[in-house]
Design a protein around this ligand. Structure first.
Ligand SMILES: *Cc1c(COP(=O)(O)O)cnc(C)c1O
Length: 433
């Protein structure tokens, strides 16, 4: 059902279609366990011969509906929800990389992803090379090694807000015979569907726009079902899995080989699953994703234009601004809007930037992004503080950079708030208790 639906209809009704007399709203199945009549019924499930639920670590009806909706939104063949975005990224990588393997990663990725690849995966023997995502395809491909297993990048870099050159990256990964893994968190499948631009695997922190209300941690891995795993580099997907009595993922599950392995092997063993309650909340969030992303994008564009003409601001970076060097790419890959995050510099440097943040009344200082409420952060001293200044520069983080995550409030109130904060919080002084 719903194969021809557009994104808004999938947001509201995808993933769950109640039968006669069943609840209209996706129920929260807050159960770890499932009851069966005979040992043979359960054995068939353990053999992967029958479909059904065994144990919530590897599957649950509420989580499954959320996964099905997300896979439909992205246009993939299947999805696995995880405890957080970091858990999704780790699962996506470990599903096809072992000790001794190598990956290529855009230097503009989220700080947490950078640390995961540069520090924690390195300890497991997986090495990352970071590249400038604006390099031509041939130069990116030239950084590969015989043991390179994937290329990784973000649709919209967090917080550089650079728009990925999908054409170059997909060309480079095709040349190398490795999948292109895309973090689509800040764009969401409403604004961009990476599988249509050559991506093979998509990951998300659903903690951000998918939930959208800053109430549930979560992540998801979506399989495009469009990569040939039989090219000799991914033997674990082709040869029998001894931990699953000889299942052969490609032979037995075809286009869904990658995502079945991620669930039955890795989610089973690592246990980084989403909780049913978080799937329930995140599904409620998805029901309004299309409306929220439209408003986030409209508000962010209006604020970017307002900041751009204000003399107290030294620079503004938003890919939806006609003056942005990312504008053409944004028009090509994000035609419905450039999402809700923008960055800018306040004249006067670090001290002025800090005072500005302290003066805000509607926007709040939080370690978060992509939520219905407007929020702000200073990445150089927080999310990116573990990096050297040179690494920060490669990630697009300058000392004066302020990241504004524009919410879905009335934009007039947001602009008034920015205005008073830039002029020292004066207009609102009488409101202070
Ligand atoms: C927040 C974020 C992550 C990490 O997700 P968590 O849910 O916080 O673990 C990964 N990628 C991007 C682009 C993010 O913004």
């Amino acid at each position: 059902m719903g194969e021809t639906w557009k994104q808004g209809t999938i947001c509201v009704q995808g993933g769950y279609s109640p039968k006669n007399g069943e609840p209209r709203v996706l129920p929260l199945y807050q159960s770890t366990t499932y009851k069966y009549d005979t040992p043979d019924d359960l054995a068939a499930l353990f053999n992967l011969q029958a479909e059904g639920y065994i144990y919530t670590r590897i599957g649950n009806p509420t989580i499954a509906a959320f996964e099905a909706k997300f896979a439909q939104l992205e246009g993939g063949v299947g999805a696995v929800a995880t405890a957080s975005g970091q858990a999704a990224i780790m699962l996506a990588i470990l599903n096809i990389c072992n000790a001794g393997d190598h990956l290529l990663c855009a230097s503009t990725v989220y700080g947490g992803t950078y640390n995961l690849f540069a520090v924690s995966l390195k300890k497991l023997g997986i090495e990352a090379t970071f590249f400038n995502p604006d390099l031509p395809a041939a130069e990116i491909a030239a950084l590969a090694k015989p043991n390179t297993r994937l290329v990784y990048a973000e649709t919209l870099g967090n917080p550089a807000m650079n728009v990925l050159d999908f054409a170059a990256l997909s060309q480079a990964s095709k040349e190398l015979g490795v999948p292109l893994v895309i973090d689509n968190t800040l764009a969401t499948p409403y604004l961009c569907r990476p599988f249509e631009h050559g991506a093979n695997i998509v990951v998300h922190s659903t903690t951000k726009y998918a939930d959208g209300h800053a109430s549930a941690m979560g992540g998801i891995v979506v399989d495009g079902g469009n990569f040939d795993w039989t090219n000799g580099k991914y033997q674990e997907l082709v040869e029998p899995d001894p931990s699953y009595h000889g299942v052969r993922y490609v032979q037995d599950f075809g286009a869904a080989a990658y995502i079945v392995k991620a669930r039955v092997q890795l989610l089973r063993d690592y246990g980084n699953c989403m909780s049913p309650f978080n799937a329930y909340l995140s599904n409620l969030g998805l029901e309004t994703l299309h409306l929220r992303m439209e408003r986030h994008s409209q508000n962010a564009l209006a604020i970017a234009k307002w900041l751009e003409q204000d003399e107290r601001i030294s620079w503004v970076n938003y890919p939806g601004l006609a003056s942005s060097d990312q504008y053409e790419r944004a028009q090509a890959y994000l035609p419905k809007g450039a999402s809700g995050v923008l960055t800018f510099g306040v004249k006067g440097g670090l001290e002025q930037a800090k005072a500005f943040i302290e003066n805000l009344k509607v926007a709040a200082l939080v370690t978060h992004v992509a939520d219905a409420r407007t929020c702000v952060i200073h990445p150089a001293s927080t999310t990116h503080r573990q990096m050297t200044e040179e690494q920060q520069r490669q990630a697009g983080v300058t000392p004066d950079l302020i990241r504004l995550s524009v919410g879905i409030e009335d934009v007039e109130d947001l602009i008034a708030d920015l205005n008073q904060a830039l002029s020292g919080g004066k207009q609102y002084a009488h409101h202070r208790g």
